[in-house]
Design a protein around this ligand. Sequence first.
Ligand SMILES: [Zn+2]
Length: 183
Amino acid sequence: MYNYKEEKAQTSRVCEHPGCREPAEHRAPKSRSERPDYYWFCLDHVREYNKEWNYFNGMSEDEVERFQRDAPLGHRPTWKHQMDPGMQESILRSKLNAFLGGKSSGSESYTKPVPRRLEKALRKLELEHPASMKQVKSTYKKLVKQYHPDVNGGDTAAEDRFKAIVDAYQLLTEQYGDYAGHE
Ligand SMILES: [Zn+2]
């Protein structure tokens, strides 16, 4: 039998702002990636969050709304700012982490922008900057197993993926140490 109350309790979200217990009906992107993850907030906290976000992105209210609406479709918003994107992202992250009471990925003390080639290598391992070297290693181990030619019966796409993962990991072990996040 259909139980509305139970269904509702299972799917309702609580605002992710520390200490807040309001129902969260509004989402906000965690980062500026093309397929962002979202935080869920109550109305008050999504407004605060958007204010921080706007300030550090130089985006208008409209642009943020459009971004939140279109991002899942892969639309890339127009960013109007001069600063180095890596630097901007790290400032934005530390601001947003502060807003969230220092939760999320533990990257709040992070300020060093990462070179594009390393950022790309991270993405090949399905990670985002700043990842820790430990995360890089464990994700690598998982992915090489998954895409290993022996378990994919000559699937060339998996083989290409496997090579890309090995190359990315090699680059990261050589060059990412200085940029990596802490545990
Ligand atoms: Zn809230």
